[in-house]
Design a protein around this ligand. Structure first.
Ligand code: SF4
Length: 377
């Protein structure tokens, strides 16, 4: 009983980016709510550990928001708390933004036990960064990524494509520079324009030309060319890694490992008795439905989704197809019609005893993932 992965959501940022609909709020760096936030998480970690729910936890991830906005002291306290509550954790990642990733923060989190930094760079072009409403410059991002790499921590960089003012050439330059900085992991996402954001209000309705589907596909393909040529393998639809540098925490999400999320906006995926035990911590959780095999909930909306065993299976197939290595073929043995149809359409392929997504499968992701999720019914 317990969780294989722990997520802590830090809901603070220095300023909201123009496209962002994540659960985060702009705060002043000295706002007392940040100390209270860390205290509360440390208390929850202790209680989870006392319940025995963190004994099998192998990975932890501090995301946001902007965790580095907490500053060196608070962030180190949080990491120390995670280390003492989860003795089995190997990989411990922390998200960072270049503007709040000072040398003091890098040193403090490495000392407290973080192993990996995931830095939100998005672009290395000043005009593009300004359009996105990011508060860091390209020079600052280059310099901070280099400092992180030099510290010896594993470093990942997040990049965004199909954004305003981006051209095929500027995208290529950003990718080339990131490769040269020596990071071991890169995640690449097309911009998603969400309602209730300044971008949603500015561009809402009609899709702007910079964000059209074929531009997104072209940029994602451009990323694959540059990153794989530099020795990073694409192991997930949006993730590239040098050998041995894949993100174990994210792989846990895509392979059905139960995880618990702490902090406003954190999601959890829980199975069986662990859910009942967790009700001691989250008193608002309703009783488990009798036929539920898996529970999903977020601390933000406090709504629990109860999944039957069949729904959990369909979800695992869908998430597994995000990974280059796909799923074991036997997992689809009871859905031969859908499997054969996807094989025939070239959206998946056989590879030994596995079924793996094809290039077309990822390109037509909605169709592939939709067909697998439809198996839930
Ligand atoms: S830094 Fe990240 S979480 Fe914060 S506003 Fe920007 S995109 Fe959103």
């Amino acid at each position: 009983m317990g969780f294989g992965a722990l997520y802590v959501h830090v809901p603070f940022c220095a300023r909201k980016c123009l496209y962002c609909d994540f659960a985060s709020e702009a705060k002043r760096a000295d706002d007392p709510c940040m100390d209270a936030f860390v205290e509360k998480r440390l208390d929850e970690l202790k209680r989870l550990a006392t319940l025995g729910l963190l004994e099998s936890c192998k990975t932890a991830y501090i995301g946001g928001g902007t965790p580095t906005f907490l500053g060196a002291r608070r962030l180190a306290a949080l990491i120390t708390g995670i280390r003492s509550a989860c003795p089995g954790v190997g990989e411990l990642s922390c998200e960072a933004n270049p503007d709040s990733l000072g040398d003091d923060v890098i040193a403090a989190i490495a000392e407290a036990g973080a192993t990996r930094l995931s830095i939100g760079v998005q672009s290395l072009d000043d005009a593009e960064l300004e359009e996105l409403g990011r508060i860091h410059s390209a020079a600052q991002a280059r310099e901070r990524v280099k400092a992180a790499v030099d510290s010896g921590l594993d470093v990942s960089v997040d990049l965004m494509c199909a954004i305003p003012r981006q051209t095929a050439n500027s995208w290529r330059r950003t990718l080339d520079e990131v490769v040269k900085l020596g990071v071991g992991h890169v995640s690449v996402y097309p911009l998603s324009i969400e309602e209730d954001t300044p971008f949603g209000r500015r561009y809402g309705g009609d899709c702007p030309s910079f964000n059209e589907e074929d531009i997104q596909a072209e940029r994602m393909e451009g990323a694959e060319r540059v990153l794989t040529a530099a020795g990073l393998s694409r192991y997930e639809v949006a993730s590239y890694a040098m050998p041995g540098k894949q993100c174990a925490h994210n792989i846990a999400y895509w392979t059905g490992v139960p995880y618990v999320g702490l902090g406003r906006g954190a999601a959890s995926m829980v199975e069986g008795d662990a859910y009942d035990a967790l009700r001691a911590l989250f008193a608002w959780l309703p009783e488990r439905e009798p036929d539920a095999a898996r529970m999903r909930f977020s601390t933000l909306d406090r709504e629990v989704e109860f999944l039957t065993a069949r729904e959990a299976w369909a979800e695992d197939l869908m998430l597994g197809m995000r990974l280059t290595r796909g799923i074991e073929a036997s997992r689809m043995a009871e859905a031969p019609v859908v499997r054969d149809e996807l094989l025939e359409r070239g959206l998946i392929a056989r590879q030994g005893n596995r079924l793996v997504p094809t290039h077309d499968g990822w390109l037509l992701g909605n169709e592939l993932f939709g067909a697998l999720w439809a198996l839930a019914n």
